[in-house]
Design a protein around this ligand. Structure first.
Ligand code: UDP
Ligand code: MG
Length: 319
């Protein structure tokens, strides 16, 4: 059973055609499916359209959020309603081609947990395509998961992946990275991409600044989420020791000069200011690390600490 989760923000004109294309592809390939449209605060009558589709086809479900909460939140709401063992996400704007569904399924069968789409010939304006190339390159470098199109709306994954994913804010751009960090097998296949026919894009240039900040968050969360003081503490120790070394040098210098009867004048030396600043910064970072450890120790969930692939033996019946 395949659950198709579709976040919708003001895409009324596209919905009926999208529904028809999905039904046609799935029926001709004998795929059992249901569709979950999540209306993320549309104001153009998308919800009425979703309601109409749900009334005419019992494979269609709708969830309406009270206001616009963002694509990540809409996806989470959709994943919660998904009942299938396989889950696909797809944009509502007809840019993702439902005809790719069987190809993604076939790739997953080869033994992957996540199959990410790759809009190889991307039909979007240049001011989106080029920054996005840089973004994908950076994400691949910094996270170690090499994909061409991390933020492709078209994705297929197993329900286990959905159960373990926690995306909020705009972290939907990092679903493959977050899954990879938990040990899931992630791959990609080129998919057909179409230009936007109706409505308009919901993301502007600001997305790149936000995407970059989110990249830092994700690198930190996946690398040090379970041991924050290893990062903050290491940075802190470095600066603290640097500051201490500067201060120790100044102290020795002062003693030596004083004992030979010369005024050492260390009070106006830049080294003094730098050393004090470094020692303070270092101490701050170290204590921030401890604070972060306290949060992980007392409020961290065990399920975040590891991900179970399989179980064998008797106990597996109870779990
Ligand atoms: N979307 C959403 N909530 C938002 C922004 C976007 O549900 O706050 C949906 C939108 O309706 C579409 C998908 O996310 O189905 C991708 O948005 P869009 O096509 O505008 O992004 P682009 O293709 O321009 O990157
Ligand atoms: Mg789009």
């Amino acid at each position: 059973m395949l659950s198709i989760v579709i976040p919708v923000l003001n895409e009324r004109e596209s919905l009926a055609q999208l529904h028809a294309e999905i039904c046609q592809t799935c029926q001709s390939h004998g795929i059992k499916f249901h569709i979950i449209f999540v209306d993320d605060g549309s104001t153009d009558g998308s919800w009425e359209e979703i309601r109409r589709l749900a009334e005419s086809d019992d494979r269609v479900r709708g969830v309406r959020l009270r206001r616009n909460f963002g694509k990540a939140a809409a996806l989470m709401a959709g994943l919660k309603a998904a009942r299938g063992s396989l889950i696909m996400t797809m944009d509502a704007d007809l840019q993702d081609d439902p005809a790719e569904i069987p190809n993604l399924l076939a790739k997953l069968e080869e033994g992957y947990d996540v199959v990410n789409g790759w809009k190889r010939r991307r039909l979007d304006p240049w001011h989106k395509v080029y920054p996005s190339k840089v973004f994908n390159w950076m994400v691949s470098r910094l996270t170690g998961l090499k994909l061409h199109d991390h933020n492709c709306g078209l994705k297929l994954f197993r329900a286990e992946v959905a159960r373990e994913l926690r995306i909020y804010g705009e972290l939907h751009r990092f679903i493959p990275v977050l899954a990879h960090a938990r040990g899931f097998r992630v791959t990609e296949i080129p998919v057909h991409h179409r230009p936007r026919q109706f409505g308009r894009s919901k993301y502007g240039v600001r997305r790149f600044v936000r995407g970059f900040l989110d990249l830092l968050t994700v690198v930190f969360l996946t690398g040090f989420g379970q041991r924050p003081s290893h990062m903050l503490g290491a940075v802190g120790l470095f600066f603290f020791l640097l500051g201490c070394a500067g201060l120790a040098y100044l102290a020795v210098y002062w003693v030596v000069k004083m004992s030979s009867g010369v005024d050492p004048h260390i009070g106006t030396r830049p080294l003094l200011a730098y050393s004090v600043a470094a020692a303070l910064l270092g101490a701050q970072a170290i204590s921030l690390g401890f604070l972060a450890e306290l949060i992980v120790a007392y409020t961290g969930r065990e399920s975040d600490a590891y991900s179970v692939a399989e179980r064998v033996g008797r106990e597996s019946d109870d779990n």
